[in-house]
Design a protein around this ligand. Structure first.
Ligand code: FES
Length: 553
C-alpha cells in the first residue's frame, strides 16, 4: 500500500500495479542551466511512448545536470558527484531497466559511470547536435569561439562583429555541433554498443531524433526481458572498438579520461597505453571540425556513425553484442555513405594520422596525451625554451604583457590545473597565444599543461601531464628557460634538465594550499585519482549492483 498509494496520486490506475510490467527509469538531465539538454522533457516523452508501446511502465526522474558553459569552476569537478547521484537514484528506486538521456559533455560520462556501478539493462539516448551555426554567410560552430577570441584580442574583429557571431553560433536545440566532447561522447556510447545504431549524429531538431527516442523506449523493454545488462555489452573488446572509432572521427581528448573512468566502474582493465596502441593504425575517416572541415549535421546527412563504423569494420571487434541485441557487424554492415567529402574510406583517409598519442618522458612520468589531428604538423617535433605559468591566474596576468620573454619557438607551460591542483581539471590547456606571437599571424605554439582542453579546441597541445604539478612530480618543478623536447613520432616529452637538478628542485618544492577544506570539493581533492586513471574518486571504482539489501519498510 505504501508503494502504490503515493504513486497513484500521479494518476496511475490500479491495473498498472498488477500487470507485472517492467519498470523503466528515464534518467533525465534536463535543466535550463544546461542549454544543450533543454529539449529533454520532449525527448523523454518519446522514450515513454516507446516504453508504453512495448508494454513497459516508464518513470522519469531528474539527476544532477552539468551544463558545460555555466558551471563554475568546471563541470568536470562535478562529473563524479553526478555519477553518485545517478548510481544511487537507480539503485534506490524500483526499476528494471534504465534509459539515460545524455547531451552536454559531462552529462554522458556521469550517467554512464553511475549506471555501470548498478549494472541494470541500460540504454543511452543522446540529445543530438545543434544545427550548424552561421556568421556573415559562413558556417561556424562553437569551435570558433577560440578563433573569434584571438581575432578580437588582436584587433581584427569589432565588438559588434563578435556579438553577431555570438547570435549565430547556437541556432537550435542540441549540443555543440563539431566533434567536440559532446559529439565524442555520443559517438563513444554508440561505438561501445550502448545506443541504437545511428543515434549519435541525428541533429537535435530533426524528427528522426524523436523516432530514435521512441525506438529506444521500445528496445529497453525487450532488453529487460533479455536481461541484457551493461557488463554484457561493455567488454574489453567493446572498449577497444570505442578507441578505434574515436580515432577515426578525431574525437576529443576528454574521451580518454571518461572512457578510463567508465572502464573502472564496469571492471574492465584499460590503461592509457591502450589508447595509443589501438588508435595507432586508424586514420582520420570523418572530416569534422576541429580536426577537419564539417559539422555533425553534415555527418548525419553523409550516413552518420554507422557509415564510419562500416569503413572500420575490418579493424573492429565485429562480434561484440550491442544493446540492439545484434553484433557490431550486424548493426553497420549495410550502412551507406552518401558523401565521401565527409566520411572517407580507409584507403583514402583525410589524414593518415589520428587518434590519441600517449607521450612519455621525464616531464610526464605517467604519461600525457596529444591529439595529432588537431595539431600543426611542423610542431610535432620541436625543441624550445619553456615559458612557465605557475597557475591559471599567473597565465592571465602575464600572457598579454608585451615584455613577456616569449616567441613562437617557446613552449608555454601551465601548471596546477590538474585534477587536484585546480579541482576538476579545467579545460584551459589550449591557452591563448601571447599577442606578440598572434600579431605575426602565427596561431599555434607547443603548449603543455596538466589540465584538459575543450573538445572544440585545437593546436599542438599536450594535456593531462601526469603526475600533475599538485602531486609533486617533475612537472611541478619545470622552470622558465628550461629546454623541452616534443617528439610525437617517438612519443617523447623530455625536459632537458639533469636528474640531480630535478631532485634538488623537488626537495625545495612546496605544494599550493588546497582549494577547499570542506564539503564535496575537499573530498574530491583527497580522493580523486590522476588523469591516467580516469580522474574518478578512488572509492567509486567498481560497482555495488542493483540490490538494496536492507529495507526499512
Ligand atoms: Fe554543451 Fe558544448 S557546451 S555540448
Amino acid at each position: 500500500m505504501i508503494y502504490r498509494s503515493w504513486m497513484k496520486k500521479q494518476g496511475i490506475p490500479s491495473y498498472e500495479f498488477e500487470s507485472g510490467k517492467p519498470i523503466i527509469g528515464i534518467c533525465n538531465t534536463w535543466s535550463e542551466y544546461t542549454p544543450c539538454n533543454s529539449h529533454f522533457r520532449d525527448l523523454a516523452q518519446f522514450v515513454k511512448n516507446g516504453v508504453f508501446e512495448a508494454g513497459g511502465f516508464p518513470v522519469e526522474f531528474p539527476v544532477m545536470s552539468l551544463g558545460e558553459t555555466l558551471i563554475k569552476p568546471t563541470a568536470m569537478l562535478y562529473r563524479n558527484l553526478a555519477s553518485m547521484d545517478v548510481e544511487e537514484s537507480i539503485r534506490a528506486n524500483p526499476m528494471d531497466g534504465v534509459v539515460l538521456l545524455c547531451g552536454c559533455d559531462k552529462t554522458t560520462p556521469s550517467l554512464v559511470m553511475g549506471a555501470c556501478s548498478v549494472n541494470l539493462p541500460t540504454l543511452v539516448v543522446s540529445g543530438g547536435p545543434m544545427l550548424t551555426g552561421k556568421f556573415r554567410g559562413k558556417n561556424i560552430s562553437t569551435s570558433d569561439v577560440w578563433r573569434f577570441n584571438d581575432e578580437y584580442r588582436s584587433g581584427n574583429m569589432t565588438n559588434d562583429q563578435l556579438k553577431m557571431a555570438e547570435n549565430g553560433l547556437c541556432r537550435s536545440d542540441g549540443h555543440c555541433a563539431v566533434m567536440g566532447t559532446a559529439s565524442t561522447m555520443a559517438s563513444m556510447v554508440e561505438s561501445l554498443g550502448l545506443s541504437l545504431p545511428g543515434c549519435a549524429a541525428i541533429p537535435a531538431p530533426d524528427t528522426a531524433r524523436k523516432v530514435m527516442a521512441q525506438q529506444s523506449g521500445l528496445r529497453i523493454v525487450e532488453m529487460v526481458k533479455e536481461n541484457l545488462t551493461m557488463d554484457k555489452v561493455l567488454t574489453r573488446e567493446a572498449f577497444e572498438n570505442a578507441i578505434k572509432v574515436n580515432a577515426a572521427i578525431g574525437g576529443s581528448t576528454n574521451f580518454v579520461i571518461h572512457l578510463l573512468a567508465i572502464a573502472g566502474r564496469i571492471g574492465v582493465p584499460l590503461t592509457l597505453n591502450d589508447f595509443d596502441v589501438h588508435s595507432r593504425d586508424i586514420p582520420l575517416v570523418a572530416n569534422l571540425q576541429p580536426s577537419g572541415s564539417y559539422f555533425m549535421e553534415d555527418m548525419y546527412y553523409a550516413g552518420g556513425l554507422p557509415a564510419v563504423m562500416r569503413e572500420l569494420l575490418p579493424k573492429l571487434n565485429r562480434e561484440c553484442i550491442t544493446i540492439s541485441g545484434k553484433t557490431v557487424k550486424e548493426n553497420v554492415q549495410n550502412a551507406e555513405c552518401y558523401n565521401r567529402e565527409i566520411i572517407s574510406t580507409l584507403d583514402k583517409p583525410f589524414n593518415p594520422t589520428s587518434g590519441i598519442v600517449v607521450l612519455k618522458g621525464n616531464l610526464c612520468e605517467d604519461g600525457a596525451v596529444l591529439k595529432p589531428s588537431a595539431a600543426t604538423p611542423a610542431l610535432m617535433k620541436h625543441k624550445g625554451k619553456a615559458v612557465v605559468f605557475e597557475t591559471i591566474e599567473d597565465y592571465k596576468n602575464r600572457i598579454d604583457d608585451k615584455d613577456l620573454d616569449v616567441d613562437e619557438t617557446s613552449v608555454l607551460v601551465l601548471k596546477n590545473v590538474g585534477p587536484k591542483g585546480y579541482p576538476g581539471m579545467p579545460e584551459v590547456g589550449n591557452m591563448g597565444l601571447p599577442p606578440k606571437v598572434l600579431n605575426k599571424g602565427i596561431h599555434d605554439m607547443v603548449r603543455i599543461s596538466d589540465g584538459r582542453m575543450s573538445g572544440t579546441g585545437f593546436g599542438t597541445v599536450v594535456l593531462h601531464a601526469t603526475p600533475e604539478a599538485a602531486a609533486g612530480g617533475n612537472f611541478a618543478v619545470v622552470k622558465s628557460g628550461d629546454v623541452i623536447e616534443l617528439d610525437v613520432e617517438k612519443r617523447i616529452l623530455k625536459l632537458h634538465v639533469s636528474d640531480e637538478e630535478l631532485a634538488k628542485r623537488k626537495k625545495e618544492w612546496k605544494p599550493l594550499p588546497p582549494a577547499s577544506d570542506r564539503g564535496y570539493v575537499s573530498m574530491y581533492i583527497k580522493t580523486v585519482e590522476q588523469a591516467d586513471k580516469g580522474a574518478d574518486l578512488d572509492f567509486l571504482k567498481g560497482g555495488s549492483g542493483g540490490e538494496v539489501t536492507r529495507d526499512s519498510h
